[in-house]
Write a protein that binds this ligand. Structure first.
Ligand SMILES: Cc1cc2nc3c(=O)[nH]c(=O)nc-3n(C[C@H](O)[C@H](O)[C@H](O)COP(=O)(O)OP(=O)(O)OC[C@H]3O[C@@H](n4cnc5c(N)ncnc54)[C@H](O)[C@@H]3O)c2cc1C
Length: 458
């Protein structure tokens, strides 16, 4: 590679720093510059719910790398408060605005990596700019929420959206003393779980005095002086609110990419190949701003997860620096803790499997997580989804107070390898009373699923 080779990275949270540091490792002679429009880079956004409760112990250390440290230890030049606004493909340059002075400058690139991430979906009602309305998507938003909580000490909290972030924030607000209403448009939170698992979650919410409102759409906000939301109006009734958290999902941030006609897909995510290359020469993309291949369905989808952002970032960084790395897709693997309950969901849900064109069967069992009678042993509900045609494992979920999250990783591994229910039955899962019963719940679920696939009920 020629001297003065320049790799520009836009976006500094998960995918961006991952790409920049990998690029520098692969090509130490390259000048790698990372632009981030906000004040912070490389911080633990996923820890924020636990930071707010105080459970996250290292309170002063949410930031993994400061710009200074990334420069010193990894050789990456960082420009914070720098918003990349436009790509000039013919000139191979990018216009960057200094957010402090408002001035713009042009930066030349040999390779450009777009890691602009995602932004929260918003409701189309007045009130979203009120002082007590929050989305959680950045360190700034977390600090704003922390300050609001300590200054106003709100009593009635309304969380909109029962996905994993909505559930985490529900737990957080309850733990800091709020009365919490959780509004969700489907029957059960963490949509896609079967009835058994869904009811366990609802029960856990009720046990912790959360008012769960299913099948409900928000229709507007009632406000006081346009500054504060006082109630959340819904299709059924309105709920008093001193604070509102909106967690209804995210959408890819592709405005910057759109300045150069970079191809996006049906979910508005940037389309890349397996080297994380976009349709434009010398331009790569990684993280939440991309659509990626779902390994189980073979289809393109959004995977707004830090795990995926970091991996795609590494691949984009390596390739932009002259390497030859591949990212061939991902398996959805999400877990959440809700008070005493662990919940994990892996691969396709039954509905997604049907939509993809599989002929899926579903089996749900409940069994002890460790030998019954041992400390911490608890009933674990396992659901497996498989293709009736050939027994291929398509997805699963685990819900229970013990052993639901990490067991999900076993399913994720099998899903990546395209294995079957019979392969799961054959796994040599250990038995030791403090950790697992003789027949691990996953094996029991696999054996039962196998019977269903073979059409036997013995
Ligand atoms: C509360 C919460 C909890 C989460 N928990 C988990 C979890 O437990 N596990 C998990 O796997 N994932 C979790 N996630 C998801 C995970 O945080 C995201 O998937 C991940 O941060 C995506 O990284 P990214 O770098 O692709 O995008 P983003 O995190 O969206 O970062 C993009 C960055 O680019 C910057 N940017 C955007 N446009 C420009 C521009 N034009 N110029 C300069 N800078 C720009 C933005 O300011 C931002 O800093 C959680 C998310 C939240 C909000």
């Amino acid at each position: 590679m020629k001297k003065g080779y320049r790799i520009l990275v836009v976006g500094g949270l998960a995918a961006g720093p991952s790409a920049a540091t990998k690029a520098k490792r692969i090509n130490p002679d390259a000048e790698v510059i990372l632009f981030e429009k906000s004040d912070y880079i490389s911080y633990g956004i996923c820890e924020i719910p636990y930071y707010l409760t105080g459970e996250y112990r290292d309170k002063n250390n949410l930031v993994v790398y400061s710009p200074k440290r990334l420069a010193k230890e990894k050789g990456v030049t960082v420009r914070i408060k720098s918003k990349a606004e436009e790509i000039q493909t013919a000139k191979k340059s990018v216009t960057v605005r200094d957010m402090k002075s408002g001035r713009t400058r042009t930066e030349r690139y040999d390779r450009l990596i777009i890691a602009t991430g995602s932004r929260p979906k918003m409701l189309p009602f007045e009130g979203s700019d009120c002082k007590n309305f929050f989305t959680i998507k950045s360190l700034q938003s977390a600090y704003r929420l922390r300050d609001y909580l300590s200054r106003h000490n709100p009593r009635n909290a309304v969380v909109i959206g029962g996905g994993y972030i909505g559930l985490e924030m529900t737990e957080t607000l309850r733990k800091i003393g709020c009365t919490v209403t959780l509004i969700h448009r489907h029957k059960y939170p963490f949509t896609g779980l079967d009835k058994n698992a869904g009811e366990k979650i609802v029960q856990e919410l009720e046990t912790n005095d959360i008012y769960f409102v299913p099948h409900t759409e928000v229709t507007g906000f009632e406000t006081r002086g346009k500054e504060f939301i006082t109630a959340v109006a819904t299709s059924s009734r309105s709920f008093p609110a001193d604070i509102v958290i909106c967690a209804i999902g995210v959408t890819p941030s592709t405005e910057f990419a759109a300045t150069a006609e970079i191809q996006t897909g049906p979910f508005n995510g940037i389309i890349t190949d397996e080297k994380q290359r976009t349709n434009l020469e010398n331009v790569y993309a990684a993280g939440d701003c991309c659509e990626l291949r779902n390994i189980v369905s073979g289809k393109s989808a959004l995977f707004p997860l830090a795990t995926v952002a970091s991996k795609t970032g590494r691949v984009a960084g390596e390739n932009a620096a002259g390497g030859d790395a591949l990212f061939n897709g991902t398996v959805k693997n999400v877990a959440v803790r809700l008070f005493e309950l662990e919940i994990s969901r892996i691969g396709l849900t039954m509905a997604e499997a049907k939509e993809t064109g599989f002929k899926p069967i579903k089996e749900t069992i409940t069994a002890y997580s460790r030998v019954a009678g041992m400390p911490d042993s608890a009933r674990l509900t396992v659901t497996l989804v498989a293709d009736k045609a050939n027994g291929r494992l398509l997805g699963g979920s685990l819900v229970g107070p013990d052993g639901a999250a990490h067991r999900g990783n076993i399913l994720a591994a099998l899903l990546r390898l395209g294995r079957t229910i019979s392969d799961l039955s054959d796994l040599d899962l250990m038995y030791a009373p403090p950790f697992s019963p003789l027949w691990d719940p996953l094996l029991i679920a696999a054996n039962q699923s196998g019977k269903k696939i073979r059409g036997r009920h013995d």
